[in-house]
Design a protein around this ligand. Structure first.
Ligand code: AMP
Length: 288
């Protein structure tokens, strides 16, 4: 259920001001939930605001298109930045504060620190997007320093990212509770993504192959298939039949890990990454 709208949404750009604002709320005895985003908000992001509002007294979101998590040939410059619309959506949803930092303050001159979370960041997305998870982990740690909240909310849409953030939080003893929320989809099954706006109508139709292949996997596993190779082949066949979708990987891993599960003998997550035209999409499902 959406949070009850508040009268105002406070927009903060400075790091020191942001920290002070969160500390002031906590000193009043209020708990703070934090939703980090890159903006171009959709209902998936807003579901995280709702989850934070349900568990915390105050909700802080952030909007920052983090340059260091994009590869040199990726879409950093063309990534959508509809800031006024995003602020309106957050205001309507009852978010209390939004942190919109300046790149120059987030990455000061001479900046050189980077967080390497180790093996969980290596395969799948890590292999497809070299340097991506170092960029993610570093900016998430920085955002946690700027917004010292009690809980932080992430979407399961970015399955491996949730593992990276949880690993980092555990390894560095971060005083924040990392919560993971379900994937929000359009009625036809397409996982909501800020990148869906890049898709032409024809590409959007083809993009449905991702969620359809995950549903097929779910179905054949529920009917008793245990061989991950067979599941993967069936998924790839479905995607190939739709056409126009270039698969980067289909990962069938033990749930909560990035380790391949050759036999489906316990809970698994199946994650898929593919390009539809020039748009890179990811999706996943948890089974069992
Ligand atoms: P982004 O703005 O893409 O960096 O995403 C910000 C947060 O929203 C991340 O924790 C994402 O996993 C989450 N998110 C993005 N899309 C969805 C979705 N369709 N359902 C749930 N969470 C999502």
């Amino acid at each position: 259920m959406p949070a009850a709208p508040t009268r105002s949404l406070q927009v903060i750009t400075g790091v020191a001001a942001m920290r002070t604002a969160v500390r002031a709320l906590q000193q009043r005895g209020e708990t703070v939930g934090f939703v980090p985003t890159m903006g171009a908000l959709h209902v998936g992001h807003l579901s995280l605001v709702d989850a934070a509002a349900a568990e915390c007294d105050r909700v802080v979101a952030s909007i920052f298109v983090n340059p260091t998590q994009f590869g040199p040939s990726e879409d950093f410059t063309k990534y959508p930045r509809p800031l006024e619309r995003d602020l309106e959506l957050l205001r309507e949803r009852g978010c209390d504060l939004v942190f919109v930092p300046e790149a120059a303050e987030m990455y000061p001159q001479g900046y050189g620190t980077s967080i390497d979370v180790g093996p969980v960041a290596v395969p799948w997305e890590g292999a497809a997007r070299p340097g991506h998870f170092a960029g993610v982990a570093t900016v998430v740690l920085k955002l946690f320093e700027c917004v010292p909240a009690d809980r932080a909310y992430f979407g399961r849409k970015d399955y491996q990212q949730t593992l990276v953030v949880r690993r980092m939080a555990a390894d560095l003893n971060l005083p924040i509770d990392v919560r993971v929320c379900p994937i929000v989809r359009d009625a036809d099954g397409l996982a909501l993504s800020s990148r869906n706006v890049y898709l032409s109508p024809d590409e959007r139709r083809r993009a449905l192959a991702l969620s359809q292949s995950l549903r097929l996997a779910e179905e054949i596993i529920s009917r008793g298939e245990r061989d991950a190779l067979v599941v993967r082949e069936r998924m790839l066949a479905l995607i190939a039949a739709v056409g126009g979708v270039a698969v980067e990987y289909v990962a069938i891993v033990r749930d909560g890990t990035v380790d391949e599960a050759p036999e489906i003998d316990g809970p698994v997550t199946i994650a898929v990454a593919a390009r539809v035209g020039t748009t890179r999409l990811i999706d996943n499902v948890q089974i069992g």
